[in-house]
Write a protein that binds this ligand. Sequence first.
Ligand code: FE2
Length: 426
Amino acid sequence: MSVVTLLIRNATLPDGRTGIDLLAREGRFIDVAPNLPAPPGAEVLDAQGWLLSPPFVDAHFHMDSTLTFGQPRVNRSGTLLEGIALWGELKPLLTEEAIAERALRYCDWAVARGLLAIRSHVDVCDPRLLAVRALLQVRQQVRPYLDLQLVAFPQDGVLRAPGALENLKRALDLGVDVVGGIPHFERTAAEGATSVRLLCELAAERGLRVDLHCDETDDPASRHVETLAFEAQRLGLHGRATGSHLTSMHSMDNAYAGKLIALIAEAGLSVVANPLINITLQGRYDSYPKRRGMTRVPELQAAGVPVAFGHDCVLDPWYALGSADMLEVAAMGLHVGQLTSAAQMRACFDAVTTVPARILGLAGYGLELGCSADCVLLQARSPVEAIRLRAQRLAVVRAGRVVARTASASAALDLPGRPGSVDFTL
Ligand code: FE2
């Protein structure tokens, strides 16, 4: 199905280089330099100086619940806990076919937006493992155009929900990639800590990555990420363990948070913040002032911790919005974290591209020679401009083949005395 040779002409790269040509053959970049000659028969994509980026990567998503908004009812309070209860109401009504159909539809949205790799948690608390089976099938089906990594996620608590640990192990046996958990949802803090230990041990035994929903609460006393850092270090999971959400860190005492951030860095933990969801679900029990709830992104970054921004939810029991647009996620992260210096804004682009690619362990990610020929052409001149404009994805390339195109955004004016067109770029 793949075009043998694709030449992308005159691209600007995220590192600022301009006038770059990229030659792809057999799914890989085989030359990256200015003014490459076009091989006979090559398809040519003229980038016209626009920004060519490696594809967007979402390090935190829930594909089993996506696009279920309104089923069987909407979340009236808009809270995390009602969302979990609502998901519990929906679970008995799910079918494997419906989960797969929605997931495939979401993958189409993702590809159109240049989002070509997703780590999705999949709930393993249903003993039928319907969602696991559906998403394993989807993972296989979308492989030619999207990398889907699955996390065995015990939504109702691996110790709290009867049979959850066995179901989680069965899901891993079936081929789910990553060990998940939700320690703050276990019955007690002690049980939460026990769950972190056993899930990390399971990951270490099986040679897998571990990614826990951790401390997704405004409670400053929720400190499971400390245990996760300790266990990751004890078990040698350096670079393979991720703490997702960590919203309690927003509310912690500064002295403790400072010590904790150093521990997280020392243990080689990665962090995923989910700005769209954190800003809407956290601080819900505050009057005024209301906390934002997103974890301490700039402080973690300053300590050298890889921090990605995830989408988490799209049209599901927890979030009524979203469209697979990782630039929207980056823009929200930038605003909520007040990440407004030039370097910080630039890092927000990395938080939806290179950083999550590292967290997922994607092989061959990037625009260098020998990398997989996967990329997205954005109607922007720089990564920060791409965030500002939520830039059009002019073309999306997977394995050296153009798989999606979007028309460029321009507006024609017909104003008295001022006919012309509007260009929002600088
Ligand atoms: Fe999540």
